[in-house]
Design a protein around this ligand. Structure first.
Ligand code: ADP
Ligand code: MG
Length: 700
């Protein structure tokens, strides 16, 4: 049987109201007006909206859609939607299907059940959604989904898309200023381009259902290590097993229909871990597509009797999952601004953008750290698998040498005429080979883009990207301010690059980021180290961070403060649910299992006693004593955890509360886990109440 009755070309984008569908179905002037809106982010004329809405509806009905929804991205990591049928009235016994421009442009979902920080009490509970025409509408589950931004009635942002769009606009404005200085008069738009590599675990669904921790928290709260985990790394790029391969085929097809360019799929380092990477696209579409990818990973897994785990650390002592955020800048005339280029002028422009990024990461490394600060990611960052919590930039040897020679002025030893204005004769060929990459670096230059590796697997990539865009817009702005008023552009450029290298070279590090020495050295260099989300998050509202967001019109100060409260609240809730789940599992499942097994042992002992054997010498007596000891430890650790939970839950102030979860509750959870995991290794398999790590990790 053929796997694909249709070709990929038939399938690809078939559920997207994309450029082709628009050109086909819209009158010429409407189409070009919409194109302008899409390209330049202009507001949509009401008449245009009506025509577009109608064409969209007809297209959707032909594809079997019955409903429409404004699809948006609240402050959770998942998307939200409220479905309305197209049915508007019945005329002479026939239903009329309608969809107006007004309905396309604006929706009014009840905002009151989405996180809004303090905004709900200050403002109206109502929110509204507004169409983002830069992302195509698509059909999912017989519903026409319209990508929208979501804000409160007063206009405060309540979602992740709005700040992302604003940040893209900020980068666009500043990058164009720089391009003009280099004599580029053709580019009219600079976009951030993103290719997110998504890691995930796949486990058997039936086993998953037997574990409350996985169901309620997305990760295992208990579990002794398996005899075999990932020491041999045999799984990495290994042959994909048939059940997984079938899942991936099915997933690809679903994603392709939605116009998502799922391209690379392979096994990851840990057993049961995999990765999916799409072809990069602009930040806004990449974010929408990554949200859909996560949704379909879960949905398609279910169809195959599997469960997809997107949590950053589903299993202790096994590699966690991240989402490498590949980031670059591209002009609408097709130039990748992080592509070193061939001519000296291209090289100079490249070096300026490179320096802007280095400076941005150094000036705002704390802010960048907050963009990945979640309870789930705390298990990853700083473990010997993911980048550390300290941010540094990896450039590779070749580029580092170029910057060093600019710094010392030693580069221009060639004949004067050959020299680049900035003092380098030309850039060496930069390797794009993956083999010599530094995989321990949190922020690595990989030939023609940067790869930010700290993002958690379950997170929306909007957060890291509006931060990256904001800080890079700011440094580009500073550079443009200086260069625009320069009397001698070349000389000022050279000076600026040199100064930037001198001032910010402390953020550059090509060595092993996992090593203890680096931690020490980073401290000496004055680089911030926020080991946990609770340490990092408050820096979201440091004055210089507020300033950069406000200056580039991404957030108001008020929005930032509310957003911080939401992030702290999400952190606190996460630990709260985890600790309650732990109490429940330990009391309802683990203790009874240990007791049942002890009972069996002690009954055996009693019958031995009746035959006159010396019990104190027997192994089962020993085992019983050990189980009793661990059960006792577990029991008292549970009491302490419960007490810690009450204490933390009683605190009102968001930051103090988050601190209490971090400092009181998490250590208490560790104390519960230790004896429980030891018990798992002592209690008979058929007594143990839920599947073990070995069951879960080698089940598919
Ligand atoms: P690796 O695992 O070696 O890092 P992958 O092929 O798995 O490489 O992923 C690289 C990702 O980077 C892909 O999603 C790719 O589309 C993306 N990418 C490539 N060029 C750019 C660019 N200019 N801007 C943003 N992302 C890019
Ligand atoms: Mg990869």
């Amino acid at each position: 049987m053929e796997l694909y009755p249709k070709t990929v070309a038939d399938i690809f984008g078939s559920l997207v109201f994309d450029d082709n569908s628009m050109r086909e179905r819209l009158p010429k002037h409407i189409y070009s007006s919409l194109q302008k809106t899409r390209r330049l982010g202009l507001p949509l004329e009401p008449e245009v909206a009506d025509v577009v809405a109608n064409a969209m509806k007809d297209w959707a009905l032909e594809k079997g859609a019955t409903h429409y929804t404004h699809w948006f991205q609240p402050m959770t990591n998942v998307t939200a939607e409220k479905h309305d049928a197209f049915i508007s009235q019945v005329e002479e016994g026939k239903v009329v299907m309608e969809f107006s421009g007004k309905e396309l442009i604006k929706g009014e979902p009840d905002a009151s059940s989405f996180p809004a920080g303090g905004m709900r009490s200050t403002f109206e509970a109502r929110g509204y959604t507004a169409w983002d025409p830069t992302s195509f509408a698509f059909i999912k589950d017989n519903t026409l989904c319209i990508p929208t931004a979501f804000c409160s009635y007063g206009g405060q942002t309540l979602d992740k898309k709005t700040p992302l769009l604003r940040s893209m606009e900020a980068v666009n404005i500043q990058a164009l200023r720089i391009l003009r200085l280099f004599g580029n008069t053709t580019a009219t738009r600079v976009n951030t381009t993103i290719g997110p590599e998504q890691e995930y675990f796949l486990i058997d669904r039936e086993l998953y259902n037997k574990r409350k921790d996985l169901r309620f928290t997305g990760r295992t709260l208990f579990g002794a290590s398996t005899p075999k985990n990932q020491e041999t790394a045999a799984h990495y790029f290994g042959a994909i097993r048939p059940r997984v391969a079938k899942f991936m085929r099915d997933l690809d097809e679903e994603l392709w229909k939605l116009g998502i360019t799922a391209k690379t799929e392979h096994n990851e380092t840990a057993p049961a871990q995999h990765e999916l990477a799409p072809i990069f696209t602009n930040a806004n579409v990449a974010t929408d597509h990554n949200q859909l990818t996560m949704e379909y990973l879960r949905k398609v897994a279910e169809r195959h009797g599997l469960t997809c785990l997107l949590h950053e650390k589903p299993f202790a002592n096994i590699n966690g999952s991240g989402k490498h955020n590949n980031w670059s800048l591209a002009t609408d005339d097709g130039q990748n601004l992080l592509e070193p280029g061939d001519s000296p002028a291209e090289n100079a422009q490249f070096l300026l953008f490179l320096c802007a990024i280095i400076k941005a990461v150094d000036d705002y490394s704390g802010l960048l750290r907050t963009s990945v600060a979640t309870a789930g990611n705390d298990h990853r960052l700083g473990g010997h698998e993911a980048p550390p919590a300290i941010i540094s930039v990896f450039l590779g040897d070749e580029l580092t040498e170029v910057l060093q020679s600019i710094e010392t002025g030693s580069a221009c030893n060639a004949k004067k005429g050959d020299c680049l204005e900035i003092g380098v004769s030309s850039l060496p060929k930069l390797p794009k080979d993956t083999t010599d990459r530094n995989r321990t670096s949190p922020f690595a230059f990989t030939g023609n883009k940067f790869e930010f590796r700290m993002t958690g697997s379950s997170a929306s990539i909007a957060g890291v990207n509006f931060v990256m865009n904001a800080i890079i817009a700011e440094t580009l702005c500073q550079f443009a301010d200086e260069l625009e008023k320069a009397s001698d552009f070349r000389q000022s450029l050279q000076q600026l690059i040199k100064e930037t290298v001198i001032r910010h070279k402390r953020i550059l590090f090509n060595g092993n980021n996992y090593s203890e020495e680096w931690r020490e050295e980073a401290k000496g260099r004055g680089l911030p180290n926020y080991p946990s989300a609770v340490d990092a998050l408050p820096h979201f509202v440091d004055q210089e961070n507020i300033d950069v967001f406000v200056k580039h019109k991404i957030f108001t100060e008020e929005e930032l403060r509310f957003r911080l409260d939401i992030l702290l609240d999400i952190y606190s809730r996460t630990i709260s649910v985890e600790s309650l789940t732990m109490l429940d599992m330990a009391r309802q499942e683990i203790l009874p299992a240990a007791l049942a097994f002890s009972k069996t042992i002690s009954e055996g002992l009693q019958s031995k006693q009746s035959t006159g054997l010396a019990l104190d010498l027997s192994y089962d007596n020993d085992l019983l004593i050990n189980i009793c000891r661990e059960t006792g430890l577990l029991y008292s650790a549970l009491e302490r955890l419960e007490e810690a939970h009450h204490k933390a839950a009683a605190i009102q102030e968001p930051l103090l509360q988050a601190k209490a979860w971090r400092e009181l509750v998490i250590p208490a959870m560790d104390e519960v886990r230790a004896p429980a995991d030891r018990l798992e290794t002592m209690v008979g398999k058929e007594y143990w109440p839920f599947p073990t790590y070995a069951d879960l990790l080698f089940s598919v």
